[in-house]
Design a protein around this ligand. Sequence first.
Ligand SMILES: *Cc1c(COP(=O)(O)O)cnc(C)c1O
Ligand SMILES: [Zn+2]
Length: 435
Amino acid sequence: MSGAYLQCIEEACGRRQDSKRNESSCAWCGGLLEVKYDFDPFDPEALRRTWHQRRLSGEPIDRSGVWRFRELLPFVDSSTRIVSLSEGSTPLVGTRRAGWWAGPVHLTIKHQGNNPTGSFKDLGMTACMTRALARGVPMVACASTGNTSSSMAAYAGRAGIRALLLVPYRQISAAKLAQALDFGAIVVEVGDTFDEAFGLLRQLAPEMGLYLVNSVNPFRIEGQKTIVAEMLEQRAWRPPDYIVVPGGNLGNASALGKGLRELKMLGFIEKVPRVVVVQAAGANSFYQTLAAGSRELIPVENPSTEATAIRIGRPANWKKARRVLEWTSGLCESVTDEEIFEAKAVLAEDGVGCEPASAATVAGVRKLVRGGKIERHADVVAVLTGHQLKDTEYVMRHRSQSQENRQRLLVEPSLDALRRELEKLLTIPAGGLAS
Ligand SMILES: *Cc1c(COP(=O)(O)O)cnc(C)c1O
Ligand SMILES: [Zn+2]
């Protein structure tokens, strides 16, 4: 790692680590680690042009929305084999109804569902699988609420490394499980919650020589932080007022903050957007901890929410995320499953699909505007973390009888019957069908 090293984030410790050992906790105090760099001085203007030009390149490394910004990830050099599936380069799309509903605010969607395995986890996975390959590890492992496993399995397959997945018993969506199995991961169902499975794995991983790819792996954060560079480039380097993410294990919020901090330090931006974390009310450990002003995490023992991707009671990265909210004058909000459901429905009216956890962002913005914490007409980017098809059970479970009656018709296969039905339908005004 030229010019890169791992360092403990605990203020009382802060020690540099030996890069040959365990990479997910401090050898002295067990604290979280982060990757630090001695960055060479950059000319931001020249680098922006280079990044932009790479979009026209056919090289796999340039087509990746992570590695296109490789100057921000100098733990690799030109001899490193990059494990990529052309992740990132996700769209930034405007909204109409959702922005109106949530504010009104000027709401833009950064849709991370448009990644190779359908979630933002791919941004982190390309970075940490590249690292795992460079270290020559025999097996990678994670505990997961679903998307980390899909992503790990795909990238491990690509790297030719075996993959082991621990999931809470019968709690991950069928689509996510299918992805992991399809990509050849070994799946172990263990415990009733993510936290239980993760706690077990975290203790066993070092002993068994498993390379942990959960978001406590600091290289995950490195890949995920590039989302801010990509988003800012898409906005001609004009920072928004707020960037909103759902909060589960809080790796994403940590990554956003690290990305913003480095871009500011390196002279790419002046103004730093405020980072907003939104949790589900049944799994809002971080929200409660901040609200109580507690220096210790207040865990949620039996986290419950239909937004399974954020059903986590002990967010491992909470200290990194707290630092991010401090740096950026950020906010944290908690929303009910009903509010998440409404937000998801409004996004759908704009033609934007996502999984429930992702819609928590827009529900959170609405609540914060109503509570006077976000100004009306603010410039807000919501990061939608996962693809609509990740959890179709959720969609089908929530359909009302009247929606079914209006939207799903059974017609006998004759021209006459079909014509009669269509004539009736054509008298219904546009928009009257879905709502
Ligand atoms: C992983 C995940 C989250 C939570 O992200 P953290 O980094 O764990 O806070 C939210 N939404 C989706 C769709 C996810 O896959
Ligand atoms: Zn330490």
